[in-house]
Design a protein around this ligand. Structure first.
Ligand code: ADP
Ligand code: MG
Length: 459
């Protein structure tokens, strides 16, 4: 997945332009869509605002524009004037590598006349809303018979706004040989219809639905490279967090961070791709049980993990792209809850913060780590300890059996028992730290559901 802009069959001048724009890495939708789009395939793509979809179709579209041919070759249909303007601005930035590409916006709410004279001077790409596009076509000011690339941007919104008929009509004026891409956040039946009617063998490209960043307090801390580990410890100690994920870009680093934190009296476990399934499962269960405070993970290891909303996510370093950033911090601030995302970065990585500001279209403030008061690590132990029982679903063990045995055999109040996970051949139960020893010895001597099982702490 290390595909970069340089791997695309685009001119060197465009590569330079992208660099000048600060596009260092592709976003996920670009990585997924651009190679297909450049190969001329029809796309159905799903990606939300801010994921960089304009460039995901724009770079491919511009690559096919011949400035010497004075005809509309690319058409982008958008639901609103604002979106049309934004798309056109981004296309103009992307087109800087090649002078003389004319990009025209055709939207309602403004007089037709100036648009007509602009069209008379020739346009290579037209971006506009369905109503006004249709007006220009019907009045004979806009010819679409040389369009080779058609994009329906935010297609679901256009349908919601009642533009279906206009869209169908406009597409009818373009050649059948065109490439048609459809961008949509959702896929109602009408989108299926448009796709079936106007696309040829479309490839589906889906980028995980973006999290709404608004409920997340994004904090950034500048530190020296050699001080990264102590800086992390400083953040954890000062904020006195008891539950959270820390992300690293590599396994080696995840392990190093974990070792450091444990050495400094924090409670942390590493989760990375090299682990056996059983070990991974146990680590996750301990994290979910709150029998460890911090999970230090790589993105690969964390992919698709089902973990409840976290109070904090810490990026020990910037992830490689914005999608990963959003994916990481989307583990906090869920379901209307406030969340905190902290990112540590060095002077050398400052441009990544700038990229983030550009992608999110907002100014993200940062502070020096020195502004965070240095306090002693509270050295608090996790509230729970996770116990392992050598019987699971296959042994007909159920949660109630385990809870019942703990209460009866160990004489422990049920309120001291936390989460219970029954898996195939074993069961994991969280019990409050002070009660753990008693539960282990009682269950080892006693029985669960009339049977003997081995019970111990998961370490
Ligand atoms: P969308 O259409 O999905 O809402 P845009 O195409 O408008 O997203 O892009 C959002 C922002 O991200 C824009 O400011 C754009 O310049 C910027 N952007 C797009 N691709 C990249 C990239 N690869 N690296 C950095 N910034 C990018
Ligand atoms: Mg857009």
């Amino acid at each position: 997945m290390s595909l970069s802009f340089a791997d695309l069959p685009i001119p060197a001048a465009q590569l330079e332009n992208l660099q000048a724009l600060g596009y260092v890495q592709m976003t996920d939708i670009q990585r997924a869509a651009l190679p297909l789009a450049m190969a001329g395939m029809d796309l159905i793509a799903q990606a939300k605002t801010g994921s960089g979809k304009t460039a995901a179709f724009g770079i491919a579209m511009l690559d096919k524009i011949d400035p010497k041919t004075l005809a509309v070759q690319g058409l982008v249909i958008c639901p609103t004037r604002e979106l049309s303007t934004q798309v056109a601005e981004e296309l103009r930035r992307l087109a800087r590598f090649q002078p003389n590409v004319k990009i025209v916006v055709l939207c309602g709410g403004v007089p037709m006349r100036p648009q007509i004279s602009t069209l008379e001077h020739g346009a290579h790409i037209v971006v506009g809303t369905p109503g006004r596009l249709k007006d220009h076509i019907l009045k004979g000011h806009l010819q679409l018979d040389q369009v080779h690339t058609l994009v329906l941007d935010e297609a679901d919104r256009m349908l919601e706004m009642g533009f279906k008929q206009e869209m169908v009509e406009i597409i009818g004026y373009t050649p059948n040989t065109r490439q048609t891409s459809l961008f949509s956040a959702t896929f109602p039946d009408d989108i299926e219809y448009i796709s079936r009617r106007f696309q040829k063998n479309p490839r589906q490209v889906t980028v995980e639905v973006q999290h709404d960043l608004e409920t997340i307090d994004q904090q950034f801390y500048l530190c020296h490279h050699k001080d990264k580990l102590p800086s992390l410890a400083r953040l954890l100690a000062y904020n006195d967090f008891e539950h959270g994920m820390i992300f690293c870009n590599t396994k080696a680093l995840a392990q190093e961070v974990t070792d450091y934190l444990n050495d400094k009296g924090f409670s942390a476990l590493a989760l990375h791709g090299d682990m056996e399934q059983r070990e991974r499962d146990q680590i996750l269960i301990r994290f979910k049980h709150h029998s460890v405070h911090f999970l230090v993970a790589t993105d690969v290891a964390a992919r698709g993990l089902d973990i409840e909303a976290l109070p904090v996510v810490i990026n020990y370093e910037f992830p490689r792209n914005h999608e990963t950033y959003v994916h990481r911090i989307g583990r906090t601030g869920r379901a209307g809850m406030e969340g905190i995302a902290m990112t540590l970065f060095t002077e050398k990585e400052r441009y990544k913060l700038d990229n983030l500001c550009a992608v999110q279209d907002q100014v993200l403030q940062y502070e020096s780590i020195d502004t965070v008061p240095q306090v002693r690590n509270p050295q608090r132990l996790p509230e729970y300890i996770t116990l392992y029982i050598s019987g699971g679903r296959k042994d007909k063990v159920r949660r109630g059996d385990v809870l019942g045995a703990i209460v009866q055999e160990a004489g422990i109040d049920a309120s001291l028992v936390g989460k219970i996970d029954v898996v195939e051949h074993s069961t994991y139960v969280a019990v409050e730290r002070d009660a753990a020893r008693q539960v282990v010895s009682a269950l080892n001597q006693g029985k669960i559901k009339g049977r003997k099982f081995k019970v111990g702490r998961v370490e």
